[in-house]
Design a binder for this molecule. Structure first.
Ligand SMILES: Cc1cc2nc3c(=O)[nH]c(=O)nc-3n(C[C@H](O)[C@H](O)[C@H](O)COP(=O)(O)OP(=O)(O)OC[C@H]3O[C@@H](n4cnc5c(N)ncnc54)[C@H](O)[C@@H]3O)c2cc1C
Length: 388
């Protein structure tokens, strides 16, 4: 980790700060502060439109997707690899600039009812038909599919080889004939993710990302970047809890003067600092041109459970009033209630706690691997009930 800015880095930092100070849509700041962590709605505006406009503004000024090359809508800052690592030149020029500017939104179609943690167990089939592929199957938990323009799609192209070896990645227009999207209602009342059904959906071979049957490697690039972004950007709830305790009166005085409250806050302050510096270490590595590695799983694992613990504690402090929800009725505008309902999702999306622990054990600590009895068995020979 290196915190000493070079003169160029210091100038870049100052330029970024000045641009944000002048251009950020500050009118939403107060509302978003209250609405964050599980409830992201705005009263007088559509949050998706606000987000798209902000992304467009950043892109026009060269502040979106900083690490992307300029010709694809970025700033040419430092290298990182996702779709860019595998798409052809023509496709990159066509699809990446509107992605960077927020005009076109993409979703990630990986998980299935039979392939979540074990995503390589997925069953959605892609069968070659001349210059096209025909897709049949079902995805689930697809965030944002209902407002996405495009999706990256992991499919099974060869069931006769072990499960990791017969997968291929594509991208597709979400409005393609045969794609059906059904939103899933969540505990917090929102519908952030969906079931997506594919019936004879046609995808041109030109929309294949990477080689046929190399989809596992392509998906790993995406997942590592996703875990990095979830781990680095996820809220911990600590600043909100600290502020809450600063203002809360308990029966025998201000919460912030209570010894047990202070002890809890101190422990979480240490954890929040650990997370901050772990993510900075990862950012330092990225700035040197290294790929996000498995150690990013640490940030996601720790932040996911921390936010749940913090929200639970804040509700405990609220006593009977903790069961109230909604910005009008609950303490702190219902922030911690919303946080608690969203927290389990954070611990599951992008890989569950157990999967993060497996990654850390095997790839960071070098411990013996999990038992994977089906690893070398042809996918269609793995015993299962009701294979489609
Ligand atoms: C908010 C949210 C957004 C999401 N967005 C997307 C998206 O946009 N696109 C997408 O493709 N998917 C998305 N997902 C799906 C997500 O990636 C999966 O839910 C996740 O990988 C877990 O898979 P599963 O739900 O099938 O659980 P399962 O894999 O069935 O796991 C069930 C339980 O078994 C445990 N388990 C499984 N395998 C092991 C093992 N080897 N060792 C120990 N324990 C194990 C798990 O930890 C878990 O507790 C999203 C999920 C959420 C919650």
């Amino acid at each position: 980790m290196n915190f000493d800015d070079t003169p160029q880095e210091a100038a870049f930092r100052a330029e970024a700060k000045a641009w944000i100070a002048t251009n950020a849509p500050k009118q939403y700041e107060e509302e978003l502060k209250k609405a964050s962590l599980g409830r992201t709605q705005l009263k007088g505006a559509n949050i998706l439109e606000v987000a798209k406009a902000w992304q467009k503004k950043k892109a026009e000024a060269g502040w979106a997707c900083l690490h992307w090359p300029k010709e694809y809508g970025g700033r040419g800052a430092t290298p990182i690899e996702t779709m860019m690592a595998y798409a052809g030149e023509e496709q990159k020029r066509k699809y990446l600039p509107p992605l960077a500017s927020g005009e076109k939104i993409w979703c990630q179609l990986f998980s299935e009812p039979a392939g979540g943690s074990d995503v390589a167990g997925l069953r959605t089939r892609a069968e070659r038909n001349g210059d096209d592929w025909i897709i049949n199957g079902q995805k689930i938990w697809t965030s944002g599919a209902h407002y996405s323009d495009y999706g990256i799609l992991l499919t099974r192209t060869d069931p006769n080889v072990p499960k990791h070896k017969g997968l291929t990645m594509f991208f597709l227009d979400m409005k393609s004939p045969g794609v059906e999207i059904k939103p899933i209602k969540q505990a917090n009342g929102q519908s952030e993710f969906n079931e997506v059904y594919f019936t004879d959906v046609k995808i041109p071979d030109a929309q294949r990302l990477g080689a046929v049957n190399d989809g596992w490697n392509v998906s790993l690039t995406t997942l590592m970047n996703e875990r990095m972004s979830i781990g680095a950007g996820v809220a911990t709830g600590f600043p909100e809890l600290f502020e809450f305790c600063n203002n809360l009166m308990l029966e025998d005085g201000p919460a912030i003067d209570d010894r047990s409250v202070r002890s809890k806050l101190a422990n979480w302050a240490v954890k929040a600092s650990g997370l901050k510096y772990t993510s900075m270490r990862a950012i330092s590595a990225l700035s040197k041109g290294e790929r996000p590695g498995p150690e990013n799983s640490i940030g996601k694992l720790v932040a996911g459970s921390m936010i749940q613990d913090v929200a639970t504690y804040a509700l405990d402090l609220q006593g009977a009033a903790g069961v109230l929800s909604g910005p009008e009725d609950a303490e702190a505008a219902g922030k911690f209630q919303a946080m608690l309902l969203r927290a389990p999702g954070t611990r599951v999306e992008g890989g569950t706690d157990e999967i993060m622990r497996n990654i850390i054990a095997e790839r960071v600590l070098g411990l013996p691997g999990d038992i994977r009895v089906d690893k070398d068995v042809a996918f269609n020979k793995i015993p299962t009930r009701g294979r489609g």
